[in-house]
Design a protein around this ligand. Structure first.
Ligand SMILES: *Cc1c(COP(=O)(O)O)cnc(C)c1O
Length: 392
């Protein structure tokens, strides 16, 4: 089975893990610190804080910025549920914003503007599929409205400009991301004071950790704020350091594969579109395509599976998930819903080569033909079908 994404793990990671085990120190220590330094450097930042996940990173950013009950945070609905959950964890309210268009499926500035109220405190950008949001436009917007600007950069690791949009950025090292530690994440923030708050909140708000106490003469600590256990450990950090050394080369490979995809899809499946353009800055996290509205996507997914190719969907919109739907049953986001209804994610990872891309698009072409041949009735695109689709 050709998978949508695959981590690349090898001898380097094995050795790094073995070295940590031999060292006898496996909880947060020097390796975590080394990963933070290297990760910051990779993003042109002064410093970074490594944490247990991107979700934890987002939660800590909300808490460190003092976002809480009564506050509203603008978030794209076209994202992983963690983007909204982190706002809810902080006691604030996520306000879902539509995407710009099917061709530019990132949070829409004009829709964000419409959803701004006196309670709006922050806006979260998510660089969908790794394609970067418009930095200057969002900086101007945040400044004009007096909002914190936060990046959910889970898709956009190791690319110029990311982490430098506004107040803070959250990264993910989950297994399907461009670099991985299994579970893990990081925060980058230009303001050292904010980053220090994040660092302290990562470990229960304690003024020192186990490692620092070992290396200082004072066994005491204080707790000066509410914190969490969102620490990373040495095993993960060691793997992360090896991955970080390769992620830029992997991103280049993803870029090359994406270029091939764009060309072959244009040639073989002219009714299928690939969002964004090849000039758009990206870390090429995934390869999303938009299917013609009349295609029975589920049938196509099965065809691809029979051909040995995994496909997935990014994403069921957050506002359509039962938990969030209950809170705003009448909310409609037309572009997001249309995109999510027609989107299909094709395999993209650095282990693939051009032949794999050919194989995927050839199967896609055949699948589309089959869907068209067998569809007697036009596939109606309406709300009922949509939610049925996401429940399935
Ligand atoms: C993966 C992902 C997350 C969550 O990352 P974790 O490290 O698993 O917490 C958040 N947002 C987006 C857009 C993601 O893709």
């Amino acid at each position: 089975m050709l998978l949508v994404g695959e981590p690349i793990l090898g001898e380097g990671e094995k050795k790094a893990l073995a070295d940590v085990v031999s060292s006898g120190w496996i909880t947060m220590g020097q390796k975590v610190r080394d990963l933070e330094t290297a990760f910051a450097q990779c993003h042109g930042a002064e410093d970074a804080v490594a944490v247990s996940s991107c979700t934890a990173a987002m939660h800590l950013i909300m808490m460190a910025l003092d976002i809480g009950p009564g506050d509203e945070v603008l978030v794209p609905s076209l994202s992983f549920v963690a983007t909204a959950n982190s706002v809810v964890y902080a006691g604030a309210t996520p306000v879902f914003v539509d995407i710009s268009s099917l061709a530019e499926p990132v949070i829409s500035l004009s829709n964000a503007e419409m959803k701004c109220t006196s309670r709006t405190k922050a806006v979260v950008l998510m660089h969908f599929a790794g394609y970067l949001c418009d930095r200057q436009a969002w900086r101007d917007f945040a400044k004009r409205k007096g909002l914190f600007l936060i990046e959910d950069a889970a898709h956009a690791v190791a690319i110029d400009g990311v982490g430098q949009y506004g107040d803070a950025a959250a990264f993910s090292f989950y297994g399907n991301k461009n670099m991985t530690t299994g579970e893990g994440g990081a925060v980058v923030a230009p303001d050292p004071a904010l980053l220090e708050r994040v660092r302290q909140m990562r470990g229960h708000g304690m003024t020192s950790g186990t490692f620092q106490r070992l290396h200082s003469r004072s066994p005491c600590y204080d707790v000066t704020m509410l914190g969490f256990n969102y620490r990373m450990d040495e095993l993960r950090a060691a793997v992360g350091l090896v991955q970080l050394g390769q992620v830029k080369a992997w991103n280049e490979k993803r870029k090359a594969l994406t270029e091939v995809y764009r060309g072959v899809i244009d040639a073989l499946c002219p009714l299928v579109t690939v969002p964004f353009t090849s000039r758009w800055a990206s870390s090429y996290h995934i390869l999303p395509i938009v299917l013609p509205a009349t295609i029975d996507r589920q049938r196509l997914v099965e065809h691809m599976r029979d051909a040995g190719i995994q496909t997935t969907i990014h994403y069921p919109p957050i506002h359509m998930l039962s938990f969030y739907r209950r809170q705003a049953p009448s909310l409609r986001l037309p572009f997001t819903e249309d995109f999510a209804y027609r989107e299909l994610t094709l395999p993209l990872h650095p282990r693939m080569d051009e032949c794999d891309v050919d194989r995927v698009v050839t199967a896609l072409e055949a699948g589309l033909q089959e869907c068209w041949r067998s569809s007697r009735v036009a596939f109606r695109h309406d709300g009922a079908k949509l939610s049925e689709n996401f429940r399935a």
